[in-house]
Write a protein that binds this ligand. Structure first.
Ligand SMILES: Nc1ncnc2c1ncn2[C@@H]1O[C@H](COP(=O)(O)OP(=O)(O)O)[C@@H](O)[C@H]1O
Ligand SMILES: [Mg+2]
Length: 247
């Protein structure tokens, strides 16, 4: 399968402190890579580097084999979309959902108003949101609904890659499960590539095709989901697994 993202030998620092050390991994088309690791291991920092929010000290990020420069074009920015842990901070409370989606699409894609309206309606339906969603403000939705709106916005601009950083960590278990299933279905329907960041191995096991384990800013092992959960290659991988009640 075709490689969509190549992360090559990334070193990155925050405030003079080196956080990421020689981080390397790839993601293929139609693949969900689970990035797992303890709190403070550098997962969100890796996401920031990939989206271009943080400039690495060295190393490169490639999308379909093309190196992304420090200053990204509008198209390059659109090709990688984020879904954050906290939907409160990612949806502007002053705008109706219809405007939030339309703004994203008109900034990234050349679409007519009719096309934008049709796409918005399709996405809302696909994300199983209420019919009047486009006419409402973010504050009137539950946490789970807000995360599905954030996912709809990410999908609306047809990205090559979605990075989801703990997107279900703030949700109740049943709501979380529906969101994970939606992510899985969308991946299959669109052949999407997803970097799914979580500290929750149960979630990773449920959702991901492959797993990368991060510790102290380094990727210490990667492998297929099956082989990782069957027999982790590192001591730390075994420790992570043994600390999970039962998956
Ligand atoms: N804005 C920041 N200022 C200072 N240190 C930071 C900042 N963001 C992250 N760090 C540090 O970088 C390390 C990795 O953080 P992070 O990438 O958020 O980890 P994770 O997402 O795996 O929990 C931590 O030691 C954290 O304290
Ligand atoms: Mg984090």
């Amino acid at each position: 399968m075709k490689n969509v993202l190549n992360v090559k030998n990334i070193y990155a620092s925050i405030g003079g402190k080196q956080i990421l050390k020689d981080v390397c991994f790839d993601i293929s088309e139609n693949e969900i890579l689970g990035l797992v690791g303890g709190s403070g291991s550098g997962k969100s920092t890796a996401a920031k580097v990939i989206t271009g929010l943080l400039k690495p000290d060295s190393g490169s990020i490639e999308l379909y084999g093309r190196k992304l420069s420090g200053k990204r074009s509008r198209k390059e920015c659109g090709s990688i979309q984020m879904v954050f842990q906290n939907p409160e901070s990612s949806l502007n409370p002053k705008y109706k959902i219809g405007k939030i989606l339309a703004d994203a699409m008109s900034f990234q894609l050349r679409l007519s108003r009719e096309e934008i309206a049709k796409r918005s309606a399709d996405l809302i339906r696909r994300m199983e949101l209420p019919e009047d969603t486009l006419y409402r403000y973010p504050g009137s939705f539950s946490g789970g609904q807000k995360q599905r709106i954030a996912l709809a916005r990410a999908l609306s601009v047809e990205p090559d890659l979605i990075i989801a950083d703990e997107p279900t960590s703030s949700l109740d278990v049943s709501v979380q499960l529906r969101m994970l299933d939606l992510i899985k279905e969308i991946k299959e329907e669109r052949g999407l590539s997803i970097l799914f960041i979580s500290h929750d191995l149960g979630v990773i096991n449920y959702l991901c095709d492959r797993v990368a384990v991060m510790k102290d800013g380094r990727i210490i092992e990667t492998g297929d989901r099956g082989s990782f959960f069957e027999a982790p290659k590192t001591e730390y991988g075994r420790e992570l697994l043994s600390s999970v009640p039962r998956i």
